[in-house]
Design a protein around this ligand. Structure first.
Ligand code: UDX
Length: 429
């Protein structure tokens, strides 16, 4: 099918590439002309495993192209996906101005029936507003349908999640766009559920909030484990074997971050409030998450006593593994808090150092993870990169002032670390 994707961020670009990969004809639009130029020249603005090959392959096959002209793309497509940012506002609600602007641009460009699909994460009832806007601004007065099709991809695993989704959610206001939507997703071989538009919008906020709740739940358990000498990983394994619970998203950590969970929680709390429900449970999820960071910082201070002028190595800056994304990264927050205490930092991340630089100044960026610990009073693990598990621990121990390792991601085995001579502190173990 002929598709347009507006917005070439993490969601838009990966979605466009995957749609092209299964045979659709895809035009990706972005208002940032420099980004469009970069993509047209074969560059990729983000780090996402497997994405560069996918884009190159589909551009070469003439199934994927880039433009900054919404009008041109809309004219050549049957279905237009919106994948623009919906950033948080200071009061926790969502800034929908990009969605509104794009809706007006699509409306202005429409001269025949189109299906307009919202993929960006939005509060419930946004779809109806998009429909109202298109109707108001479409001079040609043509028919159209608005659909909600939330995206569930995880950064760092986006291509995999998109090519093999658990489910496809299609929220509609009438049955007319359903066959075309089903055709678009037919090659993905995943269960499709068709709902009303508000339910589809809610599925996204409800899913992300539930996953965040799962993490805060295990993080709360980690505090109890620390107080009682239990091991949170054993507890999570035991809980996870119950099929009703499941083991995934039960890894205790220094807290969740990223561009989705913190924002979606605030937005869901806010929209709930607007419709008359006080979602206290989700406020507690936020509180536990903030507390988890406080408890980790406290653990570092208790171990090192005064942080002023202490040299601390930090492994990880991205908000999680396999990405260069540092938005709302717990690792960055941790670094800033250690800096505030007067610590001198040596930091490393396999992908996120460039994006971290504007947020984190006055630290030493180290290219090799095995050199971070040099001369340090402690080494801290802040992101769950698999590569960190291969750290040369013998070398690290030798080059440190004192072998203290504080692991905010439980990457290492407690007994093994003690055998190697480390003072090793992790989360809930
Ligand atoms: C999330 C959702 O998973 C995805 O479905 C949605 O489309 C967008 O939001 P993402 O933000 O890419 O995806 O990251 P995710 O893998 O969910 O991790 C979020 C945060 O939780 C990270 O900081 C991660 O380190 C942390 N996390 C995750 C934990 O602390 N423990 C876990 O067990 C899992």
């Amino acid at each position: 099918m002929k598709l347009t994707i507006i917005g070439t961020g993490y969601v838009g670009l990966v979605t466009g590439a995957c749609f092209a990969e299964v045979g659709h004809q895809v035009i990706c639009v972005d208002s940032d002309t420099a980004k469009v130029k970069l993509l047209q020249d074969g560059g990729i603005p983000i780090y996402e495993p497997g994405l560069d090959e996918l884009v190159a392959k589909n551009v070469a096959a003439s199934r994927l192209s880039f433009t900054s002209s919404t009008a041109e793309a809309v004219a050549r497509s049957d279905v237009i996906f919106i994948g623009v940012p919906t950033p948080p506002l200071p009061d926790g609600s969502v800034d929908l101005s990009f969605i509104e602007k794009v809706a007006r641009e699509i409306a202005a460009a429409m001269t025949s029936y189109k299906i307009v699909v919202d993929k960006s994460t939005v509060p419930v009832r946004t779809g109806n507003k998009v429909a109202e806007t298109i109707k108001r601004y479409c001079k040609a007065q043509v028919d159209f349908d608005v659909v909600s099709n939330p995206e569930f991809l995880r950064e760092g695993f986006a291509v995999e999640d998109l090519m093999k989704p658990d489910r496809i959610v299609i929220g509609v206001r009438s049955q007319r766009p359903v066959p075309a939507m089903k055709e678009i997703f037919a090659p993905f071989d995943a269960p499709v559920i068709v709902t009303d538009i508000s339910s589809a919008e809610l599925i996204k906020h409800a899913s992300n909030s539930f996953l965040a709740l799962k993490i805060s739940y295990i993080n709360a358990i980690s505090a109890i484990c620390e107080a009682t000498g239990a091991n949170v990983q054993e507890v999570a394994n035991g809980m996870g074997m119950d099929k009703r619970i499941g083991r995934r998203f039960l890894d205790a950590s220094l807290g969740f971050g990223g561009s989705c969970f913190p924002k979606d929680l605030s937005a869901f709390i806010k929209i709930s409030e607007q419709v008359g429900y006080d979602f206290g449970l989700l406020k507690e999820v936020q509180r536990i998450n903030a507390q988890q960071m406080d408890r980790f910082v406290k653990k570092i201070i208790e171990t090192l006593w005064v942080l002023k002028d202490k040299k601390i190595g930090v492994l990880g800056l991205a908000f999680k593994q396999n990405t260069d994304d540092v938005r709302m990264s717990p690792a960055i927050e941790l670094c800033q808090r250690l800096q505030k205490e007067g610590a001198l930092l040596r930091v490393h991340d396999p992908q996120a150092m460039e994006k971290a630089r504007p947020l984190l100044q006055g630290v030493t960026y180290v290219a090799d993870m095995n050199e971070v610990a040099e001369g340090c009073d402690a080494l801290v693990i802040a992101t769950e990169w698999e590569a960190f598990k291969k750290l040369d621990l013998e070398r690290v121990r030798k080059v440190m002032t004192h072998p203290i390792l504080l692991d905010g991601r439980n990457l290492f085995d407690v007994a093994e670390m003690e055998r190697l001579g480390f003072i090793y502190k992790s989360i809930g173990r």
